[in-house]
Ligand binder design. Structure first.
Ligand SMILES: NC(=O)c1ccc[n+]([C@@H]2O[C@H](COP(=O)([O-])OP(=O)(O)OC[C@H]3O[C@@H](n4cnc5c(N)ncnc54)[C@H](O)[C@@H]3O)[C@@H](O)[C@H]2O)c1
Length: 353
């Protein structure tokens, strides 16, 4: 069992998390318990949680449809109405049992309800374990605008059981792996080298320990995203735009898949800004292509990307600010980039197929 101290809460990693979850629930004497899950975590993860945490047997279960579409205002309203119908007071707790969709939405609903009630994250996807469940960002989408509504709100605890990954489909495993590669690229060259050599052989627990520790260090220093935390956005400015453009089309991408392409396009921006050498650019492209096998994106048209980026929280007016790696394992933020540089980077990405 590994324990990482975060912003007023602990992140526990290991297969024996259930005892700690039970103790936290008992210690806080919650008036009622609400478990948010989706149809997959209802089937694969809820039975063991209820079985191993007897004090959750009376919990109200809020089951959502799986997928990004649940990170929406109508679903939040459904959650709040369920809390009200079941007389949840200020001392109720929400337990988010699921991937990033469940923890983003559940954390958001908890942080708003009666000006904030406690919530606990039990992430069940690699992406949520390594990234989404820690750091205190909660949120939902507003039409196609990703995370347009959200809060900073810290969970009471994060409990990561790598055994939950046994039922996770391969595509979703790779989706989470993309964020793990990102954390290595922005802040730890040794970790990048480890991933290069041993990604398939590494123990999941150690992979998670390393990536959670690295993300935690960054968010602890900058809990409200005013400075260095912005480096976590590497790959996300272009990635979010791609994700939004393809949302609802036949070529819809998972978050991590879009971020992966974002990281490749943005690495070329780093190269154009003379932050990244040609050799390192090639190293980034060749490893990411080998592990993830991304596709050429024909819909990557500049006009729609720029339009979406104007709404991105990271842009100010017509200036596009990027977090860009300045070598493998190090990252700068607030780097100003022009439309034509973005076009060049997208053309380069597409030309490699
Ligand atoms: N708050 C943050 O800091 C942060 C960071 C990164 C990403 N995010 C958000 O996270 C979201 C993506 O999260 P995600 O990739 O976990 O998606 P997700 O929550 O949709 O889960 C992916 C799929 O896996 C299924 N699933 C979950 N656990 C399973 C299990 N153990 N076995 C079988 N199936 C399982 C789900 O039902 C779903 O179909 C995005 O909305 C993104 O914006 C948030």
């Amino acid at each position: 069992m590994y324990l990482i101290k975060s912003n007023g809460y602990n992140v526990e990693i290991g297969t024996k998390i259930f005892k700690s979850i039970s103790s936290l629930i008992t210690k806080n004497k919650y008036s009622s318990h609400f478990i948010i899950c989706d149809e997959n975590t209802f089937q694969f993860c809820l039975p063991s949680l209820i079985h191993k945490c007897p004090n959750l047997r009376d919990a109200h279960i809020i089951e959502l449809e799986s997928g990004e579409a649940s990170k929406a205002i109508n679903i939040s309203t459904y959650v709040w109405e369920t809390l009200i119908e079941n007389k949840a007071d200020k001392n109720a707790v929400i337990i988010n049992l699921g991937g990033g969709v469940v923890s983003d939405l559940g954390g958001f609903c908890a942080s708003i309800y009666k000006r904030g009630i406690d919530f606990i994250n039990i992430p069940t996807t690699l992406l949520a374990m390594a990234d989404a469940s820690i750091g205190g960002k909660t949120g939902i989408n507003l039409s196609v605008l990703k995370n347009a509504l959200g809060t900073f709100s810290q969970p009471k605890g994060v409990f990561i059981n790598p055994d939950y990954l046994n039922t996770l489909p391969e595509q979703h495993y790779k989706n989470g792996l993309a964020e793990i590669f990102k954390i290595a690229l922005i802040c730890d060259k040794n970790f990048w080298n480890e991933l290069k050599n041993t990604v398939t052989k590494s123990s999941k627990e150690l992979l998670l320990l390393k990536s959670v520790t690295l993300k935690n260090k960054i968010v602890l220093k900058d809990p409200f995203d005013n400075g260095n935390r912005k480096i976590l956005n590497f790959g996300h400015t272009i990635g979010h735009a791609i994700e939004s453009i393809l949302l609802g089309t036949n070529n819809e991408l998972l978050h991590g898949e879009a971020i992966l392409i974002g990281m490749m396009v943005e690495s070329h921006l780093s190269f154009q800004k003379k932050l990244l050498s040609k050799k390192e650019l090639q190293e980034v492209f060749s490893l990411l292509k080998k592990v993830f096998e991304p596709q050429k994106i024909n819909e990557l048209n500049l006009t729609s990307i720029i339009e979406l980026m104007k709404n991105d929280k990271k842009s100010q007016g017509n200036k596009f600010q990027f977090a860009l790696i300045d070598k493998i394992g190090s990252c700068k933020f607030d780097v100003i980039i022009s439309d034509s540089q973005i076009k060049k980077a997208i053309d380069f990405y597409n030309s490699t197929f």
